[in-house]
Design a binder for this molecule. Structure first.
Ligand code: NAG
Ligand code: MN
Length: 453
């Protein structure tokens, strides 16, 4: 019996050794052949796709422990893909068809199609993050992604990057909320592609257009995980993105956390790291990034320390599901999107919670170009901001009206439910918020800033 076990052990280890050697040889070989390919490829303007291509096939360097931990993901690794010739996929600004694509999707969709539904992105975390350990089997997450007329591959990359880089034991489900999209490929074709993943992905379709805010509430209602993780439909998550967010929430359920939002270039779709910043806003209630000074990163945890943030950008954050309901979800009277991020940020801080950006968690995001110009969005943003001003700014709402004199008489709907909520939660004053968050917040909000276009 004993010799049988030894016999078994011997062959198991032999098989393991042979496989390791084969894998090593394979990766070594493909690395070498990639290097030689690189030299032959012509480089030209707008053929930045080459870089993407190399990001796709590059195997990220990891420590053995990380490798062991991530091993279960390897079967999902993207394979090399054959792309059509560059000339067919370059973005041509004089071509009306291409410009039409840009205004339809808000980014270079031609390139997105070429990238397809899955790629690898560079690990942009600070090296100190590699050595962090996070407890496992803490809480489970429901990832909620709302979309409206999203480019098919951008949406698919969002989903595939989550499935590829999230440990299964954290991931309760992915919930996709289709806010009445009109594009054909987001109907049957999407359902087919989601089935292929063979994972717990729910697809909810709104019967009429609800806007981002109500769509998120619909997604949250069908979530069964402990933590709600909201993502935009044009993101790609990075390595070990969810663990730090979950660990922070597990430690304190009244903490709301955001990853650092890396840049996926609108035209080249290149994935680039963002510097450490915190979120704030001006008296227009327009969200702004603010630098974090190096002295604030002092201490043993240095650049991995959570950053207290006065506000969140809005698209990407994680919150305990029960806490989300406890503090009043979202303002259902808001339309489409805009302003909801400032509202939830003020509510979190003023009503006893905390909001942090977690530097070791990184998620890439495409900043879309066209939406800002749509009249419907502008109207929704003003209405939503007015609701924020009237419910949360106290005497400081005059500062908002100084910026928007014509909006003094604009209608913004019934806010009594939100005023009631503020009373019920015994929230602090806006003055408290200004004084407490960081010393220069008030000066920051008043600073003249160039219009970012
Ligand atoms: C760009 O599009 C215009 C108009 O369709 C065409 O005349 C031109 O040749 C194109 N340029 C390139 C480099 O493909
Ligand atoms: Mn977005």
């Amino acid at each position: 019996m004993r010799s049988l076990i030894l016999y078994g052990l011997f062959y198991t280890s032999l098989t393991f050794g042979v496989w390791t050697a084969l894998l090593f040889a394979y990766f070594h070989h493909s690395h070498v052949s990639r290097e030689s390919n690189k030299i032959q490829e012509p480089s030209s303007f707008l053929s930045l796709g080459k870089k993407e291509y190399h990001q796709l096939v590059r195997t990220t360097e990891r420590t053995p422990e990380q490798h062991a931990r991530d091993r279960h993901l390897d079967r999902d690794r993207p394979r090399r893909r054959i792309f059509p010739p560059m000339s067919q996929t370059k973005f041509n600004f004089s071509n009306p068809e291409h410009l039409n694509e840009l205004s339809t999707y808000g980014f270079n969709s031609i390139f997105s199609r070429r990238l397809g539904g899955m790629r690898e992105v560079p690990d942009t975390r600070d090296k100190k993050c590699y050595h962090k350990n996070y407890p496992v089997h803490l809480l489970t997450a429901s990832v909620i992604i709302c979309f409206h007329n999203e480019e098919f591959n951008a949406l698919l990359r969002t989903v595939s990057s989550i499935l590829h880089l999230t440990p299964p034991y954290f991931l309760q489900e992915i919930i996709l909320v289709d806010d009445k999209s009109e594009f054909d490929d987001l109907q049957g074709k999407l359902e087919y592609h989601l089935e292929v993943f063979q994972r717990n992905i729910k697809l909810v379709r709104n019967k009429r257009r609800e806007g981002l805010i109500r769509s998120r509430l619909i997604g949250a209602d069908s979530a069964t995980g402990d933590v709600l993780v909201f993502l935009d439909s044009h993101c790609e998550v990075n390595r070990v993105w969810l663990e730090p967010l979950m660990a922070a929430i597990a430690e304190n359920h009244h903490v709301v956390v955001c990853p650092v939002i890396d840049v996926i270039d609108t035209m080249t779709l290149e994935y680039r790291p963002s510097p450490l910043v915190r979120g704030a806003f001006d008296w227009n209630l327009q969200f702004q990034w603010d630098t974090v000074f190096s002295y604030e990163m002092d201490g043993p945890d240095g650049p991995t320390k959570p950053i207290r943030s006065p506000a969140m950008a809005g698209g990407i954050f994680a919150i305990h599901r029960l806490y989300f309901y406890e503090i009043g979800q979202y303002d259902k009277g808001m339309e489409l999107w805009g302003g909801e991020n400032v509202e939830i940020s003020l509510r979190i801080w003023m009503c006893g919670g905390q909001l942090f950006i977690i530097p070791c968690s990184r998620v890439g995001h495409i900043s879309k170009k066209h939406l800002e110009n749509s009249l419907a969005i502008k109207k929704a943003k003003l209405r939503n901001s007015l609701r924020v001003a009237h419910v949360w700014l106290d005497e400081y709402k005059d500062n908002f009206f100084l910026q928007n004199p014509s909006s003094r008489h604009t209608k913004y709907g019934d806010i009594s439910e939100r005023v009631e909520l503020r009373k019920r939660l015994r929230c602090k004053s806006f003055q408290w918020y200004l004084d407490s968050l960081f010393p220069d917040l008030e000066a920051f909000m008043s600073k003249e800033r160039e219009e970012i276009k």
